[in-house]
Design a protein around this ligand. Structure first.
Ligand code: SF4
Length: 348
């Protein structure tokens, strides 16, 4: 049976009409599914009993299961989820005062092969569906409620396992589900789509897009990008920056550049100066992130002094810079680490 969470709102309306019911019933059903987060058709008390029974006969209502949880001393929560076919995928809740930013996955593994990333080293298994991607938010909200942590997931970032632009059709479906005003109602400014940037696919951003772009650049030169991000570097870095310069955004929006500082690879003052030159004509803000080393990966975290010097040089040159604290240092919080650990345990 097909999972009803796979349907976008207009598709649900069509399905409900095809079942012989009026379309306002679809709106009520959508609210139960995506606003109230109910897990059983039988709990949808304002729907007629006959309709509920018909739903039970014709549709599944399956959430991803929580397979494992890690909680960090700084409040970061990492959930390892098991999907209907047994695939494991990660989502991370990062606290910000009383609310959370949720990091979503969109693929099982990743085809991009970034050499610093646990997910990249796993290779690619399959794309997640739009419903699977969006349902991560239902599970997270439910977890927060059940553990007395409030229920507010304020912002979403597609920054977990996978490269969103290589699974764009399903990622777009998840955005349509998550932004629907009768459901979870995430507006464009509350959703960031992090991508290493794929040639020919960047027009999904821009004024009509459902999410803001964050570009995983991570290198100031083509050569360094090739060593860190061999898949992404097929698009030469100068061409990528030129394409970003041409991107249409709303008045106060800017492109976010993500830059992971890795010891001895891209964290020197010379690298900072190269980055300044590369980005000098781009309307952007820069997020610096100190690398959080994963098991089986050679790279190391940068020295705190080098991080501060890098940041200061960028600021002096007029850039808006955020130094993102690497949350969840005491758990496997970098993308792909918890799944790698869990699979290692299952195989041993
Ligand atoms: Fe994929 Fe992102 Fe990891 Fe690169 S960093 S391998 S794009 S998940």
């Amino acid at each position: 049976m097909r999972n009803i969470l796979e349907l976008t709102c207009p598709e649900l309306e069509e399905a409900v009409q095809a079942m012989g019911h009026q379309s306002f019933r679809a709106r009520q059903l959508w609210q139960w599914l995506w606003r109230k987060g109910v897990r059983e058709f039988s709990a949808m008390t304002n729907l007629a009993r006959d309709f509920r029974e018909q739903l039970m006969r014709e549709w599944a209502l399956d959430w991803p299961e929580v397979h494992e949880v890690q909680t960090s001393s700084d409040g970061t929560v990492k959930l390892l989820l098991r999907l209907a076919d047994g695939a494991l995928v990660e989502t991370v809740l990062i606290p910000d005062k009383e609310r959370y930013t949720q990091c979503l996955s969109c693929q099982i593994g990743c085809p991009m092969g970034c050499t610093f990333c646990s997910t990249g080293l796993m290779g690619f298994s399959r794309n997640m569906t739009g419903g699977e991607i969006a349902a991560q938010v239902l599970v997270a909200r439910d977890y927060l409620r059940a553990h007395g942590l409030g229920d507010e997931v304020k912002n979403l970032v597609y920054m977990g396992m996978g490269e969103p632009l290589t699974n764009w059709d399903e990622v777009r479906r998840s955005l349509q589900i998550l932004s629907n005003a009768e459901g979870l109602e995430f507006s464009r400014r509350r959703i960031t789509l992090s991508t290493c940037a794929i040639k020919g696919k960047m027009d999904v951003f821009g004024i009509e897009g459902l999410a803001l772009p964050a570009i995983s650049l991570h290198a100031p030169t083509q050569e360094i990008r090739e060593s860190l991000m061999p898949g992404a570097a097929r698009w030469p870095i100068e061409e990528l920056i030129a394409a970003l310069q041409g991107m249409e955004l709303k008045a106060r929006e800017r492109v976010t550049i993500e830059y992971i500082l890795i010891k001895g690879v891209n964290d020197s003052l010379q690298h900072a100066r190269q980055l300044v030159r590369l980005l000098s004509h781009l309307k952007c803000k820069i997020n610096l992130i100190a690398y959080n080393p994963g098991p089986g990966i050679e790279y190391a975290a940068p020295a705190p002094g080098d991080v501060l010097a890098f940041e200061e040089l960028l600021r002096k040159k007029g850039f808006t810079v955020t130094l993102r604290k690497s949350k969840g240092q005491d758990i496997a919080a970098a993308c792909g680490q918890l799944k790698t650990e869990a699979q290692g345990r299952m195989n041993s």
